[in-house]
Ligand binder design. Sequence first.
Ligand SMILES: Nc1nc2c(ncn2[C@@H]2O[C@H](COP(=O)(O)OP(=O)(O)OP(=O)(O)O)[C@@H](O)[C@H]2O)c(=O)[nH]1
Length: 395
Amino acid sequence: MSFDVGLVGKPSVGKSTFFNAATMNDVPEGAYPFTTIDPSVGEAYVRVECAAPEFDHTCTPNLGYCEDGTRFVPVRLVDVAGLVPGAHEGRGLGNQFLSDLNEADVLLHVVDFSGTTDIEGEPTEDHDPREDIDFLEDELDMWYLDVLEKGIERYRSGYHGEEAAIEEDLATQMDAFRTNKDEIKQVILSLDLELDPDTWDDEDREALAREIRKRTKPMVIAANKMDTPAAQENFEEITDDPDYDHLTIVPTSAHAEKALKNGDEQGVLDYLPGDSEFEIVEDVPGEKATALEQISEFVGEYGGTGVQQAIETALFDELGSIAIFPGARKPQEDGTFLQDCFVLEDGATAEDFAYFLHTDIGDGFLHAHDVRSGRQIGADTVLDHRDVVEITTTN
Ligand SMILES: Nc1nc2c(ncn2[C@@H]2O[C@H](COP(=O)(O)OP(=O)(O)OP(=O)(O)O)[C@@H](O)[C@H]2O)c(=O)[nH]1
């Protein structure tokens, strides 16, 4: 099991550059968890401070890798194709695109902040990136509204059991959005609406669709091409705009990330993905040196190229996921230590973790230990990011 980060964006925003940069990794052979021939799925990583140094041992990662005390834990990056020109002319988003969106746990919307591509992805000047952000949100809201209306019809036509409950019919209809009746009820009440669709007007239904969309389609904006002055200006303006407070916007330069990873691969420089600095280790010709100098200034100012940061923000901040190390205090007999680190859902308990590790244990979960303190923890203990947990089962 792994989390899927869905990458979306209109043409020419730098989505391919982002995808390639994020999935181009110098990983030891055999360390790829996802054997896939689908070119739209790639392995990206989230950084987690390794727990091994706390125990004075060196970790031996099974998947991903560890460098300078940072574990690079694999996650799936899915290129969700199909945010195409013409969709905004009322043709709407394609069904395949929409169902692919439902597969992703969290979305990364790559937006060209330089304003040099119009809404269809054609070259232009001074295009306001807010249009692209609004476009995707509005299209998603219309899709949700459509499904919500069907749920209301279902309620009215009495497909339900004895006791009519609008939240149940909506939850059934909106099942693919990974919501449930409790969440829907919560949303209805949070908007000060009654649990009776006959009292809702158009605006109420739109507000409901939007709110359910916001909760079920967590999304982060990757403000791309931030290495250009125009993008930096737009970034300042949009992050100051209260209409965009509900969004997390991460400044990125996919271009810079790609250049740094290329340089690292060629042995020209030393770069650890996500770092805000890198070291040039070989003499480079004038033009290249100037380009690297510009990248160096950029990553210094923005704390990195933003590619790692965007993926981590999506997974850890927006989705609230946590990374857990299964393990013991000491290396195994074969010398392996803290081989794994897994990304789990927000709120995961010790018992959830046991079933995640051993899907077939049935009733065999015995107990869990917090390895740092050595204390036993209850099955329903909610785990924290970077916990090291030892699970004992009967088999
Ligand atoms: N300045 C700058 N240019 C970038 C950046 N990322 C991508 N580009 C450029 O933007 C153009 C489009 O990049 P792509 O990665 O092909 O864009 P895409 O969104 O995948 O576009 P399609 O393949 O048409 O869907 C290319 O000329 C890239 O070099 C960036 O971070 N900064």
